[in-house]
Design a binder for this molecule. Structure first.
Ligand code: PMP
Length: 334
């Protein structure tokens, strides 16, 4: 019998990025979008000879849909920004998405509705070199495009705060592969870093870049606050330019009346800052309590960080009327 891997198997791999090894306990929603059709997970198959399985050739996004119980609405967070970034990631790999970002939003809404999604949901669009090919090159190999859904795991990260290890694994340089594109294979480094951190008793890993400056955590960006100023590593530090990072920069101004500076961050600054946070689609905004067993500030969750986290959550659920452009309703009264 030929061996085929289903998207369910692929998902078990991809959800490692979402950080919960126990994700096997979270059953993905059954209907998936694959190459122009809505099919059940069992029908969606990829060959074990698919180029991406050997070489990690592909790109993906991670998006979140947030349930508002009060108004019985599911809100897709920043879908346009995610699909526009995916189009840029694909272009950086010399690939094309099979649909425009606007079409992809419509497909995602359709998929969420077909799955009856009425709870926090993680959305995983994935473009891979899916053709059978063993040559290490990227031209002339067919692509496959899928969107799969999973219930968002409640235990993804401790929202009260995280203890981090500065990893021995460095963030790759942008001249080794297009690091600002979410390249499938580039997540081996963060996966090793996260594993190292968790096995050493920490919650998360912070990765330095090849020059020894702070880059980011494994699937989130990092901000520190020193002497009244917020600082976050600049895009030139080999970070992924997070969509949540952009939101946090705006919210620091709007919510706190403070300003964010983009510049290099030294490792020592992690130890001597007054407040620090991680932000990303999966973690949202979470306080950093400790780095390398040293307390951040007084070791308690930063007050400003908690204000930012609450503001982002309220905006994401449309309980706060600001930034309606960040969310797209899925059910719309249906
Ligand atoms: N850095 C990396 C490496 C990531 O994978 C992610 C998650 N996409 C982030 C940062 C945060 O980005 P975003 O806010 O767009 O989710």
């Amino acid at each position: 019998m030929p061996c085929t891997l289903t998207p369910r198997t692929m998902h078990a791999v991809s959800t490692l990025e979402a950080g919960t090894v126990a994700d096997a306990a979270v059953t993905p929603l059954d209907t998936v979008y694959l190459d122009g059709a809505f099919v059940s997970t069992q029908e969606a198959r990829v060959s074990p000879r698919a180029h991406a399985l050997s070489y990690g050739t592909g790109t993906f996004e991670g998006m979140r849909a947030i349930w508002n119980e009060d108004v019985q609405e599911l809100l897709l967070l920043e879908p346009l920004a995610h699909y526009e970034r995916m189009a840029r990631s694909a272009a950086a790999l010399g690939l094309a998405l099979p649909h425009t970002p606007a079409e992809l939003i419509e497909i995602t809404i359709d998929l969420l509705r077909r799955n009856g999604a009425r709870a926090d949901t993680y959305v995983r669009p994935l473009l891979i070199l899916g053709g059978d090919a063993l040559q290490v090159r990227m031209d002339g190999i067919s692509t496959r495009f899928s969107i799969t859904l999973s219930p968002f795991p409640a235990n993804y990260i401790a929202t009260s705060g995280v203890r981090c290890l500065v990893s021995s694994w460095r963030r790759q340089r942008d001249d080794t592969l297009p690091i600002q594109a979410k390249v499938v294979g580039s997540y081996v480094g963060p996966a090793l870093a996260k594993t190292e951190a968790v096995q050493a008793g920490f919650d998360e890993a912070i990765m330095l870049n090849a020059h020894g400056y702070v880059a980011e955590a494994t699937t989130s960006n990092l901000f520190i606050r020193r002497g009244g100023a917020w600082i976050t590593p600049a895009p030139s530090e080999d970070i992924l330019e997070g969509i949540t990072r952009r939101e946090v920069i705006e919210l620091v101004e709007e919510e706190l009346g403070e300003h964010v500076m983009e510049r290099s961050v030294n490792r020592t600054e992690l130890y001597i800052c007054d407040e620090a946070l991680l932000c990303g689609t999966a973690v949202q905004v979470v306080p950093l309590l400790e780095v390398d067993r040293r307390s951040v500030g007084n070791g308690a969750a930063g007050e400003r960080t908690l204000t930012l986290a609450a503001a982002l959550l309220a905006i994401s659920r449309r309980q706060d009327q600001r930034h309606p452009e960040w969310t797209v309703p899925v059910w719309n009264g249906k």
